[in-house]
Design a protein around this ligand. Structure first.
Ligand SMILES: Nc1nc2c(c(=O)[nH]1)N[C@H]1C(S)=C(S)[C@@H](COP(=O)(O)OP(=O)(O)OC[C@H]3O[C@@H](n4cnc5c(=O)[nH]c(N)nc54)[C@H](O)[C@@H]3O)O[C@H]1N2
Ligand SMILES: Nc1nc2c(c(=O)[nH]1)N[C@H]1C(S)=C(S)[C@@H](COP(=O)(O)OP(=O)(O)OC[C@H]3O[C@@H](n4cnc5c(=O)[nH]c(N)nc54)[C@H](O)[C@@H]3O)O[C@H]1N2
Ligand code: SF4
Ligand SMILES: [Mo]
Length: 894
């Protein structure tokens, strides 16, 4: 069962564990638990490139904070005891409350093989339909839109379409930060063929900054914009009448509805808050350009009308016959590395398995294939409903695997409280300190899973391409693959024969066989050609796109595009237009909560930061949780840039640094989703967000919660740098970040310099403490040495004059500073000029350095790169450098 680990020095081809781009990675293990990381030049998703997160994978492999042994109610136990508790608990729960009182909450970050086994165990053998996944929060609206339009959950296009399009429309997608390698392909295409980039987002993101046309619409009004577009296409003679007549149904009703929502440019402008001229430009571009790709992600999906937004987009592509063609089509950008694999195995509560649902013949087919004693016959509860059922005491046993819902679910505080009602709470994790692993039910079992680099299996990226993740590290501690843990539990429940897997390859073969079982071209997902792949071929398998039916034989390349023939998976093979609803947010703002809270991601962190938080490079770009607010709102509220503010909704609160920017609309706030209770005192996004589900997909609206914001006054601000993470005293506001050579706390406190001086003396008793204090002005700096080695340093100042930490951070990176540096630390000045906040994570280049080379004459991104290396590795920071160019030049001209 354990996988042979390649000898150090040998290069292992694997796949990045972060976003859905699915880049190929070459890992060279160093024999000491680490590895060199490079892009795989042969992988068709990235051709050798990696973004900042992929490039820094080597910094996330340490065993710090890993969950290495099974734990039962807080104490280490044997696997025997842990698995016995899980199996016994599941059996008892099923006996006492019925199998439907058991729920699984899975993740688009599991490998397909893990996901397949979890789904099979729950839906076929335990007999519970309540299996949902964090993909519900991620792209279930796109799935629902695909199914309504195509009769199947099919992504029609491929990445080459992005190279070959003349117009790329990005809807609710901060691609430059969230799918950076695809974004670079788009920017390259623009350089080569003059592709026009249109970005539709209420927030001016880095992606928006790079756009040729940025449409900063009112939150939630996408259906009005695309309804207006459909009307415009009809009125400007841009329809593909033949395609509509031969391959679709429902056009008239959809057009009537679009006319009711957005009959004219003026009406579209009114509904979206955009001006007529810019809308007109967009409509013209779309109408006149055959090669258009419309890519969408969370600004479309995470919405109370997410499914309608997807269909409003697809409607425009069907109306012009622009689907399944080179350089043309709607394109759902999936977020997680295996969001697609999860859909393939049926990990969502409204799917059964292998793109089959709950028609009686489908249920019977899966039952026979699995030889399942307790096959489920209908849909289970979707994530939001599932966690509400825990609150109501309906679900008694919950198994969470590969996701951190106490941070990422909406109404997360309520969810946290409800876990106490569970009789059995099982968490399969790689980290011991995730918020979800640290929470407790009445009986809590933590199961240590193998992580990236240790486990083996497959993932499917946004373009339906199946790639291998391969192990190149030894399994640490007692951690095991998720599929093996699940199979062992199945065995203990008496289903050993049906879960007798000896390898990930064996599971993959079964999964491929199910996809082909009684398929005959009736289901899009068919990888029958791989159903008898040998262990050796699986080990060597190169990335391949589905469908890949058996009749094509092994060795076929797979299909890049679907629907080019105009035949869809509906009973009459016609695609469906959908008449969408007029735009509306789930909840209106009120006087108590007058703002709209939008949430999302930053460039260098991944979700709840359990892995990227370990990297000092990735922690430099945005080191504290923040809330973006427009100056027109910040001013009257008395909120200063960089000061702390409290964001509150009906459901909870968070305290963050205000980032005053014109990038957000007046009346809107934006908060990143990354900080958890492990990394900040109070900055969990899920605690604040409401998350009303879309009625069709069940995907919660995470981008528009009514909220309010107010300044929070602290007496002092400061930072504390230590070699190992240092706990913050109660009452501090704090955020933790990994830095070169240690760990940092940025904090705010009601204490002044005298109290902090006492605190430092107490905390580092017996060590050499060098101090500077100006109590009259509330300033204090202290540096702690142990045998000449700098082990801690703290700086404190009045809150309105927050000390800058860049210089101290740079000095802290040297273990044994010389006398001038020691003095510089205490003086609060840098020995050398401070580099400023990091822009280029790969080469650690700060803003001031980049501004410096621009002022000295570097007039282009390339020249900046040549002068200071910024932007020359992964390129994720190029949009930021491009933005600095005119700003700095204007400043130096003034
Ligand atoms: N760096 C980084 N990259 C990631 C991830 C990560 O954690 N970090 N996670 C991955 C995952 S799982 C996912 S799902 C993807 C998400 O990738 P994206 O969808 O690109 O990311 P988000 O920041 O969640 O949201 C995108 C944008 O939607 C906008 N938006 C909000 N409301 C609306 C609206 O009403 N209409 C429109 N048109 N736009 C709106 C937001 O302002 C935001 O800029 O990223 C993946 N890649
Ligand atoms: N407000 C708001 N909320 C959001 C979003 C938003 O935009 N705004 N985005 C939503 C979206 S799109 C997503 S995808 C979710 C993401 O949210 P989560 O899924 O909760 O975030 P992650 O931090 O990726 O959690 C993955 C967990 O799995 C663990 N893990 C890693 N590898 C393995 C493994 O091999 N096996 C096991 N068993 N565990 C492993 C990690 O340590 C981590 O704790 O958040 C959603 N929530
Ligand atoms: S774009 Fe970056 S995060 Fe996404 S798969 Fe590629 S390297 Fe990984
Ligand atoms: Mo996601």
């Amino acid at each position: 069962m354990t996988v042979p680990v390649p000898d150090p020095s040998s290069v292992v081809r694997t796949t990045c564990p972060y976003c859905g781009v699915g880049c190929g990675v070459l890992a060279t293990p160093d024999g000491q638990g680490g590895a060199g990381i490079a892009g795989d030049p042969e992988h068709p998703a990235n051709f050798g490139r990696l973004c900042s997160k992929g490039s820094a994978l080597g910094e996330t492999l340490s065993l710090e904070n890993r969950l290495l042994h099974p734990m039962l109610d807080g104490a280490r136990v044997s696997w025997e005891a842990a698995l016995g508790s899980v199996a016994g608990g599941l059996r008892r729960t099923a006996e006492q409350h019925g199998p439907e009182s058991i729920a699984f909450y899975l993740s688009g970050q599991l490998l397909t093989e893990d996901y397949y086994v979890a789904n099979k165990l729950a839906k076929g053998f335990l007999g519970t339909p309540h299996v949902d996944t964090n993909s519900r929060l991620c792209m279930s609206s796109a799935v629902a839109a695909h199914r309504r339009a195509f009769g199947s959950d099919t992504v029609p296009g491929c990445y080459e379409d992005l190279d070959e399009a003349d117009v790329i429309v990005l809807v609710g997608s901060n691609t430059a930060w969230c799918h950076p390698i695809l974004f670079r392909r788009m920017v390259d295409a623009r350089a080569k063929r003059g592709t026009t980039l249109v970005v539709i987002d209420p927030r001016r993101t880095q992606t928006g900054e790079e756009a040729d046309l940025f449409l900063g619409l009112k939150p939630g009004t996408d259906t009005a914009l695309f309804s207006g577009l459909l009307v415009h296409l009809a009125e400007s003679g841009a329809l593909d009448q033949r395609f509509i007549a031969e391959h679709t149904a429902g056009f008239e009703a959809a057009l009537d509805r679009a006319r009711a929502i957005a009959p004219s440019l003026a009406a579209t402008a009114l509904a979206t808050g955009l001006d007529e001229a810019e809308i007109g430009r967009f409509f013209d571009l779309f109408a006149k350009t055959p090669r258009v790709v419309t890519a969408f992600s969370q600004g479309a999906n995470q919405s109370a009308q997410g499914t309608d937004k997807g269909n409003a987009i697809i409607n425009c592509h069907l109306a012009t016959g622009r689907i399944g063609q080179a350089g043309a089509g709607p394109f759902s950008l999936t977020g997680q590395p295996n969001a697609m694999g999860g859909r393939e195995v049926g990990g969502l509560a409204n799917m059964l398995a292998a793109h089959m649902h709950f028609a009686p013949e489908e249920v019977d087919r899966v039952r026979r294939f699995w030889a399942a004693p307790r096959i489920i016959t209908g849909e289970g509860m979707k994530a939001v409903a599932l966690f509400e059922a825990i609150e109501r005491g309906k679900i008694k046993a919950l198994w969470v695997m590969g996701t951190n819902p106490l941070v990422s679910m909406p109404r997360a505080d309520a969810i946290k409280a409800s876990l106490r009602k569970l009789d059995l709470y099982v968490v399969s994790e790689v980290m011991a300190d995730s918020d979800t692993a640290r929470a407790a039910g009445r009986r809590t079992v933590l199961l240590p899973a193998l992580g990236w680099g240790e486990k083996n299996g497959t993932v499917t990226n946004s373009e339906r391409r199946i790639s291998r993740q391969r192990a190149f590290l030894k399994p640490p501690g007692e951690a095991r693959p998720d599929w093996a843990i699940l199979s062992d539990v199945a065995r203990r429940l008496g289903h050993g024969q049906n879960f007798a897997y000896l390898s990930a390859a064996a599971i993959f073969r079964e999964h491929a066989a199910l996809s082909a079982f009684e398929n005959n071209g009736t289901r899009d997902f068919d990888i029958g050609a791989l159903s008898d792949i040998s262990d050796g071929a699986y080990a060597a398998n190169r990335p391949v796109q589905w469908p890949l039916p058996k009749r094509g034989g092994a060795g076929q390349k797979g299909r890049a595009r679907l629907f080019a023939d105009g035949r869809f998976y509906t009973f009459d093979e016609r695609a469906r237009f959908v008449a969408v609803q007029p735009p509306a947010l789930a909840q209106d703002t009120s006087t108590a909560y007058p703002m709209v809270l939008n949430t999302g991601r930053v460039r260098d962190h991944w979700h709840t930061m359990t892995r990227t938080g370990k990297s000092q490079r990735l922690s430099a770009h945005r080191a504290v949780p923040f809330c973006e607010i427009h100056p027109d709102d910040a001013g009257p509220l008395g909120i200063r840039d960089g000061a702390l503010c409290e964001v509150a909704s009906e459901h909870g609160t968070a305290e963050l640094e205000a980032m005053v920017t014109e990038g957000v609309r007046p009346g809107s706030l934006f908060m990143p989703m990354h900080w958890s209770d492990a990394t900040a005192s109070q900055a969990r996004v899920g605690a604040v967000v409401r998350g009303v589900p879309d009625p069709v997909s069940g995907q919660p609206e995470l981008k528009a919660t009514p909220a309010r914001v107010r300044p929070v006054a602290y007496r002092s601000r400061g930072f504390l740098l230590t070699r190992a993470p240092h706990a913050a005293p109660a009452g501090w506001w704090w955020a933790r970040a990994t830095i070169l050579g240690g760990s940092a706390l940025q904090f705010a406190t009601q204490d002044g310099s005298r109290e902090i001086a006492l605190l430092m003396r107490g905390a580092f008793q017996g060590l050499e403490l060098a101090e500077y204090a100006d109590h009259a002005r509330g300033r204090y700096r202290g540096a702690v040495y142990e045998a000449g080695r700098l082990v801690a340093c703290l700086s404190l100042a009045p809150a309105e004059d927050k000390p800058d930490w860049e210089a101290a951070k740079a000095l802290f990176a040297q273990a044994e500073p010389e006398a001038p540096e020691r003095r510089a630390l205490l003086s609060g000045r840098a020995a050398a000029a401070a580099a400023g906040p990091t822009i280029c994570a790969c080469h650690g280049v700060g803003l001031e350095v980049i501004a410096g080379v621009i002022a000295a004459g570097a007039g282009s991104v390339e020249a900046v790169g040549a002068a200071c290396k910024a932007g020359t590795n992964c390129g994720s920071c190029i949009p930021e450098i491009r933005k600095l160019l005119p700003e700095t030049l204007a400043r130096s001209a003034a």
